[in-house]
Design a protein around this ligand. Structure first.
Ligand code: ACO
Ligand code: KIV
Length: 510
């Protein structure tokens, strides 16, 4: 059995310190319920001395959690903070007080303005003071990442000697390089007496984008608790993202000799919930929970994933509650992805037929960011319409507007492969286009119906036009055409109706 790594969630405390991410008590309770579904080990619910609202949140979350998770409250190394935390956790089944003090030269000299000896004295006092209230006391050595190695050993030794059950080594400013942070943890493991009897925690910030790497180095060197948040929310650039460390541990369980008990299938739900409550959106390329985390849009990758998912995916999206891998059709997609999607839509195209639709697909994809299912259906229908066509559209050019006379120039290819062009005026662009086609096709008909519909999403949607024509005997022929340009759709639709009329007449002559 590998080492169990405790997951300490601080979304409701450090996460909430993100500018703009503050949550009220009801919102915190909603997030806490999701944290329980994730099965985290510890929920840091707030900093009770900071406001009556935060006090109440800690109290209510403690009530909610029952004995399912440890609930932790943060304090400074200050008696009144600890009294308030103890009060908020009074009815908690598994209470933990998290107290501590700055230990780096910067924090000692510039913030706290105390000597190292005073820091050690306050360390001893805050831990033993909290210990009067609860058995489980976690001590943090703030800004440990920039502290002197040997002074840090003395601080942590003092905390343990005074009863700390967990010692938290934060890289508060996200300053460290991962390997160096790992060395620091190892140094503590090797030099603090009795450290093997307590839990060693890491709490890392993302100022250099390395919060996850720092936490992993901590685990490699002996830490068995990771402090983290959903979506990596947290002060400044944020904290270690829970979804990232948990999945990294899951992927590398044997080499890290580590596992967690987190229910990873709840990750996407948790991410969306926290994002909607805090209003902090998740970047599309965010690991594990970003919109693109399991989306493939380039042909080579799509081909690989369709042959075997793990050619380009290390995580099964279902494992993090993200359903299935997504194949996004774009101008970078190849035949494999197009064929796959067409098959899912019920079209089984091969060889030349597939090549024709692929050509039309690329033309469209160069104009649009993404090609949707409705676009594909239109492209396939368009190809089917052209298959038995007597006249195929080679080009259409319209000039119209105020005060121009609408003019259409249409070029068609007939079955004898002759290309014919005609130009006509009209009362409007559609009228001009129909007259130009009539000049080439020369078949008696009346246009009796014209309807336009947007078949796909967005401003760059395909427009589908339906046209009905009636021949002198009263037979009705329906034509359809689709394109991003509504005049081109109309031209295709009119030609499609005339082709059907001509094919019908040909059948009758047989
Ligand atoms: C690294 C972290 O993320 S720690 C968590 C950060 N979270 C918060 O700050 C929670 C919200 N904070 C608050 O509500 C308030 O700042 C309070 C209630 C904690 C304190 O409010 P105030 O008493 O008005 O103090 P203020 O915020 O102006 O200054 C902080 C004081 O705490 C001291 N202090 C800071 N950290 C510690 C510590 N760990 N132990 C003891 N004292 C500390 C500072 O030196 C300063 O004291 P000074 O004015 O005597 O120099
Ligand atoms: C309170 C401590 C753990 C903290 O948030 C930090 O050092 O960043």
């Amino acid at each position: 059995m590998t080492r169990k790594i405790q997951i300490f969630d601080t979304t409701l405390r450090d996460g909430e310190q993100s500018p703009g991410a503050s949550m009220n008590t009801e919102e915190k309770l909603v997030v806490a319920r999701q944290l329980l579904r994730l099965n985290v080990d510890v929920i840091e619910a707030g900093f009770p001395i900071s406001s009556p609202g935060d006090f109440e949140s800690v109290r209510r979350i403690a009530e909610l959690a029952g004995d399912q998770a440890t609930v932790c409250a943060l304090t400074r190394a200050v008696e009144k903070d600890i009294d308030s935390a103890a009060d908020a956790l009074k009815y908690c089944k598994r209470p933990r007080i998290h107290t501590g003090i700055g230990v780096s030269p910067s924090h000692l000299q510039d913030k706290l303005r105390i000597s190292e000896e005073e820091c050690l004295k306050r360390t001893a006092h805050c831990v033993s003071y909290a210990k009067q209230y609860v058995e489980d006391v976690q001590f943090y050595a703030e800004d440990a990442g920039r502290s002197d190695y040997d002074f840090l050993v003395r601080v942590i030794q003092t905390a343990i000697d005074n009863g700390a059950t967990v010692v938290n080594i934060p890289d508060t400013t996200g300053y460290s390089l991962p390997e160096e942070f790992g060395r620091r943890i190892k140094y503590l493991m090797d030099n603090v007496d009795g450290i093997e009897n307590v839990t060693v925690a890491v709490h890392c910030h993302n100022d250099l984008g390395m919060a996850t790497a720092l936490a992993m180095e901590g685990v490699k060197n002996g830490a068995t608790q990771i402090e983290c948040t959903i979506n990596g929310l947290g002060e400044r650039a944020g904290n270690t993202a829970m979804e990232e460390v948990v999945m990294a541990i899951k992927m590398h369980e044997q080499e890290l000799d580590a596992h967690t008990d987190v229910n990873t299938r709840e990750f996407l739900k948790a991410s969306r919930l926290v994002s909607s409550i805090t209003g902090m959106s998740v970047q599309a390329n965010k690991a594990i929970v970003g919109a693109n985390a399991f989306a493939h849009s380039s042909g080579i990758h799509q081909d690989g994933v369709l042959k075997k998912r793990d050619t380009y995916e290390i995580i099964d999206p279902a494992d993090v509650g993200a359903g299935q891998s997504q194949i996004v059709l774009t101008a970078r997609s190849g035949h494999a992805a197009l064929k796959h999607r067409l098959e899912e839509l019920g079209y089984d195209l091969e060889g030349e037929a597939l090549d024709q639709v692929y050509g039309a697909f690329l033309d469209l994809a160069d104009k649009k960011k993404e090609v949707y299912d409705e676009d594909l259906e239109s492209l396939v229908n368009e190809r089917d319409r052209n298959e038995n066509a007597i006249y195929v559209l080679e080009g259409v050019q319209i000039s119209c507007g105020f005060p121009l006379t609408p003019t259409a120039t249409v070029t068609l290819r007939n079955q004898a492969d002759q290309v014919v062009t005609a130009c006509e005026f009209g009362t409007g662009p559609i009228d001009a286009m129909c007259k130009a086609i009539d000049k080439i096709v020369q078949v008696d008909n009346d246009l009796t119906e014209f309807a336009v519909q947007s078949v796909t999403r967005g401003i760059d949607a395909l427009g589908e036009v339906t046209i009905r024509v009636t021949d002198p005997e009263g037979a009705i022929y329906t034509g359809r055409g689709s394109d991003g340009d509504i005049v081109v759709s109309s031209t295709k639709a009119y030609l499609n109706a005339l082709n059907r009329l001509l094919n019908d007449k040909k059948e009758h002559r047989k």
